[in-house]
Design a protein around this ligand. Sequence first.
Ligand code: ATP
Ligand code: MG
Length: 268
Amino acid sequence: MSLVLETPEAVSSAPKTARKHAGALNLRNVSKTYQVDGKPLKVLQNINLVVEPGEFVTLVGSSGCGKSTILRLIVGLDTECQGEILLDGAPITEPGLERSIVFQEHRLLPWLTVSQNIALGLDASRLSPAERERTVREHIELVGLSGFEKAFPRQLSGGMAQRAAIARSLVTQPEILLLDEPLAALDSLTRLHLQQELLRIWSREKVTMVMVTHDVEEAVFLSDKVVVLAPRPGRIRKEIAIDLPHPRNRVDPAFGALRQAVIEELTH
Ligand SMILES: Nc1ncnc2c1ncn2[C@@H]1O[C@H](COP(=O)(O)OP(=O)(O)OP(=O)(O)O)[C@@H](O)[C@H]1O
Ligand SMILES: [Mg+2]
């Protein structure tokens, strides 16, 4: 990884609660069949994917090709599939604190403040009240929401609410962060800004990230590897390594060539 976004200021305000480590993810021959109207519907077929610790991988593919299904299986919200899903070599059998997910909609509880929503993630932890307060404060700083600790979700913009959702997902120090179209509902300027923010957060937190997006430029801008899925049933068509240093320049010909390569795989 050749990320150059770190600054002394960024390092000093990074959360001090140490992550155990970034997770290594391994999907081996994963297939999945739903029953629809009593008939089998095969939605994933022989998905083989390795995500290295600290890697940022994006999944792209047409609507219905199984991207969210893959994330649900990794996070353990759905455990019925063939094949194996391993985190650091151990099979995933249920949801766990080492895996977090951010969705397209923020899913914050409307009757709780930003701080209280983020603290919810720590309910199962053994932190003392003082440690809990410090951890929440650090994560509010991490996502740039200082000053909005006591705001309710309805008082936030869409981008701010997504920042709070990202903080809530990271507060438990997961080894892997899954993101299902987290920026899709935002206007294009906010989206560009939050792409930068995601990179900053990733570089500070050193967490493994797997993100679904429909935006090819976003995938090339953010990730180490773009995984292109083919539909019905969902299969991996191609993995495209994005070997460009950060910060990436969207008008650079090398960037354009990789964007084009992803589009060709999606449309051929
Ligand atoms: N609970 C379910 N029962 C039956 N079929 C389902 C269920 N959930 C998803 N599917 C089917 O599985 C397929 C994959 O769905 P999935 O939500 O993973 O697609 P996706 O790639 O995330 O699509 P999108 O880009 O629109 O979000 C679709 O054909 C969908 O109809
Ligand atoms: Mg989806």
